[in-house]
Design a protein around this ligand. Structure first.
Ligand code: HMG
Ligand code: MG
Length: 361
């Protein structure tokens, strides 16, 4: 319906930058996060706690976390920051920075956490796990923030990741699918104890660089159920290779539905390697999905998925969804400026058509 709100998860600072070959200065990464936080986006994946030997570009994510924890970027609404991690080691590295910064006069694990609109340091996520609850809760928070004229404390979430094929899981995380689930158990237990939300990615859901396009949608459903049963608050179903097409996207969504998975528990994560990301996003929107991952300027790619290019450009997704009557809360012009700026910083062409067109107007 026209009044629907769509939540966009901006993965540019993580998925967008992880594959860049030349070292990106920390200041540029932090500036990207800050600029994105001013566009109306509510959720930003800002870094990852993975092995620096495997993904050197993300090695200084703890410093990005430090920045977010100590210098809350100004925003009229609370921003949720997501931190990607594959194992307990990554979680421990996240926690080390978290505790170090939260100890300086701030309560690390507030229960109940500070209400939106207060500005007393790190807050844990207590928002509903249902992304469809976003419009009412975020507009309430916005009203409070505005009324008090203050910035609001950010919320932190973890992202864990596995994949629908054994070959990709091996290449990406050096373990089997079953082993990856085992690695998540202690993370999930600790996260629940700390009242931290956890999203779980399922990579190669619509095509695998090693096993081809015909990934079994039932395998994706089975994994999604395992992750939800384990306590994941959201599943991000990822077309890592961009091999997904409109009919296969619909088939996958129907399979997930038939398996009893709630649409509100799902996010879709499309890469645009074959130029199908926007079409697939519309298929998912029409199917009732209301959370979508995207990267500003169409940045992105996975180092372990050869040839895969960026995520769907956030600007393109925002332009398209607005044309369909959905609200995103995002200011397209401001976002387009961020896309152009980061593209120039990285010395690459701006991959967002809507972004370039908006700026040319
Ligand atoms: P491994 O080599 O098997 O790890 O890698 P290990 O447990 O044997 O440990 C080896 C060394 O790494 C040890 O250090 C560990 O301490 C260290 P050493 O004793 O040799 O000095 N180590 C770590 N260091 C920092 N942070 C950690 C960590 N873990 C171990 N978390 C591992 C296994 C999972 C760590 C590795 O394969 C890895 O980091 N993989 C991550 C790959 C990655 O980041 N991929 C891209 C993100 S996923 C993606 O892009 C897809 C997505 O966008 C959705 C989609 O589009 O599909 C989400
Ligand atoms: Mg990705």
């Amino acid at each position: 319906s026209r009044a629907d709100h769509v939540r966009i998860v901006e993965v540019g600072p993580r998925d967008g930058l992880q594959n860049e070959r030349q070292t990106i200065p920390l200041a540029t990464k932090v500036e990207l996060v800050e600029r994105l936080a001013r566009t109306g986006l509510t959720t930003i994946e800002a870094g990852s706690f993975v092995s620096p030997k495997w993904v050197p570009q993300m090695a200084n994510s703890a410093e990005i976390l430090e920045h977010v924890l100590t210098r809350t970027p100004q925003s009229p609404h609370p921003i949720t920051y997501q931190w990607l991690l594959p194992n307990v080691k990554g979680f421990d590295n996240f926690l080390a920075m978290w505790k170090a910064k939260a100890q300086s006069g701030q309560d690390a694990y507030p229960t109940p956490p500070p209400s939106p609109g207060t500005d007393n340091g790190p807050a844990l996520n207590t928002s509903s796990a249902d992304p469809n609850a976003m419009p009412s809760s975020s507009s309430g928070a916005e009203a409070m923030g505005k009324a008090r004229g203050a910035s609001t404390a950010p919320i932190h979430e973890l992202s864990i990741f596995t994949a629908a094929t054994e070959s990709f899981t091996q290449k990406n995380t050096n373990c089997s699918i079953a082993e990856s689930l085992k690695r998540f158990e202690p993370i999930m237990a600790k996260a629940k104890e700390m009242n931290l939300n956890v999203r779980a990615y399922i990579s190669v859901a619509l095509g695998c660089p090693y096993e081809g396009p015909d990934v079994d949608p039932h395998k994706v459903a089975e994994l999604a159920i395992s992750l939800l049963e384990m306590g994941a608050d959201e599943i991000s179903v990822a077309d890592t290779t961009g091999m997904g097409t409109a009919p296969r996207t619909l088939e996958l969504l129907k399979t997930l539905n038939a398996a009893g998975i709630d649409k509100s528990d799902l996010a879709l994560h499309f890469h645009d390697t074959y130029g199908q990301a926007l079409v697939n996003s519309v298929v998912a929107l029409e199917h009732g999905i209301r959370t979508f991952d995207a990267a500003v300027g169409g940045l992105g790619g996975c180092p372990f998925s050869p040839g895969a290019t960026g995520n769907v450009a956030t600007e393109d997704l925002v332009h398209c969804f607005h044309s369909l009557g959905a609200s995103t809360g995002v200011d397209l012009e401001q976002l387009s400026e961020v896309g152009e700026w980061i593209s120039q910083e990285l010395g690459r062409a701006n991959d967002s058509r809507a972004g370039k067109a908006t700026l040319a107007q």
